[in-house]
Design a binder for this molecule. Structure first.
Ligand code: HEC
Length: 175
């Protein structure tokens, strides 16, 4: 038994670095096209990078209930994970509620962040329509869009977030 376990551990030790190296890009060589495509996910505040697809808050409620509610609570008011809506305190209060509605400067970030990181236990399971729908639902919970408003690549960047001007741009381009 001991020998078998020892052999297994050694096999993992020896095999793991080989597999890891095989799958990672090598210095001096460009990364494979599929890897570049999968990493090239950024969405900009003006909507650059948003994919095709659309959804409404009414549709997003179902997505939220299936994939998000268990951690973010009923109506996004928070549970084991952050509150996403339902702020009772503003940013200047002693204990501010930093929800999407009070804090986030750009609506497009909801799509970007959810696509790359949520649901925490299975990122990547939602298709683009589901992502637009759940983004619409989170905006709706924060009173920023109507329940039936269609959210897509052209409407999402137009949603003006209340804290849009609350951040200082520390990036100064070189003259
Ligand atoms: C298994 C638990 C879990 C599930 C399910 C889950 N989340 Fe999260 N979520 C988290 C945790 C934990 C964080 C904080 C992560 C961090 O700060 O890096 C988070 C952070 C977030 C944030 C950023 C909040 C902020 O203000 O910084 C958003 C937006 C979000 N989740 C959306 C969603 C959406 C949409 C879904 C469903 C599609 C979802 N989450 C499902 C656990 C979860």
């Amino acid at each position: 038994m001991f020998m078998r376990n020892l052999f297994f551990s050694l096999a993992v030790f020896v095999a793991y670095p080989v597999l890891a190296v095989e799958n990672s890009p090598k210095l001096g060589k460009s990364a494979p096209q599929t890897l570049q495509k999968n990493w090239n996910l950024d969405i900009f505040p003006d909507g650059t990078g948003l994919p095709a697809g659309s959804g409404t808050a009414a549709q997003g409620k179902k997505v939220y209930q299936q994939y998000c509610l268990s951690c973010h609570g009923v109506d996004g008011t928070g549970d084991s994970a952050d509150e996403l809506a339902g702020a009772k305190h503003g940013l200047t209060d002693t204990v501010p509620d930093k929800t999407i509605g009070t804090y986030w400067p750009y609506a497009t970030t909801i799509f970007d962040f959810t696509r790359r990181a949520m649901p925490l236990n299975a990122p990547g399971v939602l298709n683009n329509d589901q992502l637009y729908a759940v983004t619409a639902y989170l905006l709706y919970l924060n009173h920023l869009v109507k329940e039936t408003e269609v959210i897509n690549a052209s409407t999402l960047p137009k949603v003006k977030m209340p804290n849009r001007d609350g951040f200082i741009n520390s990036y100064q381009p070189k003259k």
